[in-house]
Write a protein that binds this ligand. Sequence first.
Ligand SMILES: *[C@@H]1O[C@H](CO)[C@@H](O)[C@H](O)[C@H]1NC(C)=O
Ligand SMILES: *[C@@H]1O[C@H](CO)[C@@H](O)[C@H](O)[C@H]1NC(C)=O
Ligand SMILES: *[C@@H]1O[C@H](CO)[C@@H](O)[C@H](O)[C@H]1NC(C)=O
Ligand SMILES: *[C@@H]1O[C@H](CO)[C@@H](O)[C@H](O)[C@H]1NC(C)=O
Ligand SMILES: *[C@@H]1O[C@H](CO)[C@@H](O)[C@H](O)[C@H]1NC(C)=O
Ligand SMILES: *[C@@H]1O[C@H](CO)[C@@H](O)[C@H](O)[C@H]1NC(C)=O
Length: 542
Amino acid sequence: MRGGGPLGPAGLALLPLALPLMAAAAWASARPWPAAPRGQPRPSVVLVACDSLDGRLTFYPGNQTVDLPFVNFMKRYGTVFLNAYTNSPICCPSRAAMWSGLFTHLTESWNNFKGLDPDYVTWMDLMEKHGYHTRKYGKVDYTSGHHSVSNRVEAWTRDVDFLLRQEGRPMVNLTGDRKHVRVMEADWQNTDKAVNWIKEEAINLAQPFVLYLGLNLPHPYPSPYAGENFGSSTFLTSPYWLEKVTYEAIKIPKWSSLSEMHPVDYYSSYTKNCTGEFTKEDVRNIRAFYYAMCAETDAMLGEIISALRDTGLLKKTIVIFTADHGELAMEHRQFYKMSMYEGSSHVPLLVMGPGVKEQQQVPNVVSLVDIYPTMLDIARIPIPQNLSGYSLIPLLRGKAENEVSSKGPRPSWVLSEFHGCNVNSSTYMLRTGKWKYITYSDGRSVLPQLFDLSDDPDELTNVAVKFPVIVHSLDKILRSIVNYPKVSSSVQRYNKEQFMSWKQSLGQNYSDVIANLRWHQDWLKEPKKYENAIEKWLGKTK
Ligand SMILES: *[C@@H]1O[C@H](CO)[C@@H](O)[C@H](O)[C@H]1NC(C)=O
Ligand SMILES: *[C@@H]1O[C@H](CO)[C@@H](O)[C@H](O)[C@H]1NC(C)=O
Ligand SMILES: *[C@@H]1O[C@H](CO)[C@@H](O)[C@H](O)[C@H]1NC(C)=O
Ligand SMILES: *[C@@H]1O[C@H](CO)[C@@H](O)[C@H](O)[C@H]1NC(C)=O
Ligand SMILES: *[C@@H]1O[C@H](CO)[C@@H](O)[C@H](O)[C@H]1NC(C)=O
Ligand SMILES: *[C@@H]1O[C@H](CO)[C@@H](O)[C@H](O)[C@H]1NC(C)=O
């Protein structure tokens, strides 16, 4: 039974032997940095980054819906972050932040087409330079040029005054039987490669290593029924994984009526083809299939943990599990991410290994830019002052209260931004304490949102008007981090420039090519009207 649960109850019982009590004694007394006492070998690191896993599934009550045994294993022997966020809820910009340690307005990775400069020195480059053996498998996706033409044109034209459905309607597809474990073949192949590398190469290394495994799951699958230019709106799994889902625990999200939606949310829902009718059963199924896909992801993480345990490397290795962003799975009448709502922006972050406190739940807000300084801290490499994030090591040791990094104290907020497709305005989110503040564009032309997550975890009541003083103070903090009106207008300029040069490159084929992108069903009904809307947008000076 591959992927089914090699660390079953027997494995769990064995683990305390594999991870002796070194943690408590040796590590707690080490002051200040580095992460490990000098003289002791630096730990190896394994980072498993999946795609689209809603972080709330890794702790109560979200974890009631699906059995994730290896996430639970990491919680038992390590630390789970209860408030970890992506810095930009879409693949390439999020990964650019994770690999660069910089906020999105600094990497200028505005969409899935525009990523990080390939020459940028990542934490992995630095670790290699400082004696680590490095290895990557699977999806990396932080440099430029990937993803479909549709995807980038949708991002560039988001300011155009038109509304087109760009995606297949979200749907489910059950494949195979109760024995069908390997549904996402490509991910399993990459997992196998990483496992083999651990068993055959890592085990013989004299130096510490850093291994990265990037998984596509639980990202939804392409919907080929929608034609040549299709999106990925199919939630695909097998009965084997569906059995791990507790249907009774699945919450059916409340939706605002279409007319009451925030205008930007309406644009998202419409372009994602979610404004049609959905029954409760449709929604429950999409969510169940999504959770089943998360269970399959967890099993891949399990293969890596098992390989580390079987080779005896687990006790010398820090394991990190995270995702680039979440998945709304029909919350707020949307699937995919691109949104600042919890389902989309909240990511899983679990860490276990030498020096990491066991059974710890960390409430502090953290974000993916923290990975870069954390990696350097683990490898005892000096941390540059100009990174956007902070090392997680003090929190991981359970010493948050009295430790301060060389850069000063960790701030009490995190920042996320979005500048890509399916959202017709640059979006900025500041999360601090119980508040989530979301503002758009120039800060004036679009209604901001404020949610009290302690009172309204489903983010259904925008209290921005009710608490103007809070909005004012959060906006002030935000502006001290980023001059967001300026960033928004530079993205608008970039979008137009990119679109114009793409249009020019197509010559006389332009009308034909643009009509047949992912939005072709709608476009072809009134091609002239949509072309005119584009001309009007291009003609505007700003
Ligand atoms: C859910 O998470 C809580 C808190 O971390 C834990 O106590 C509980 O055992 C978990 N439940 C499941 C079903 O995984
Ligand atoms: C949108 O969903 C409808 C069904 O609700 C489907 O017929 C149509 O093909 C979808 N549009 C696109 C662009 O995929
Ligand atoms: C369902 O998934 C199977 C296996 O990937 C595929 O062959 C089939 O075409 C899919 N069906 C639909 C309707 O997408
Ligand atoms: C975004 O799209 C919605 C729906 O078409 C529209 O009401 C809103 O004005 C647009 N917002 C911006 C900033 O263009
Ligand atoms: C950050 O500082 C390092 C030197 O510590 C420098 O090499 C790098 O270019 C700087 N990066 C940015 C984005 O300013
Ligand atoms: C337009 O399309 C034709 C046929 O596909 C192709 O041969 C030609 O190179 C294209 N022209 C441009 C400017 O891309």
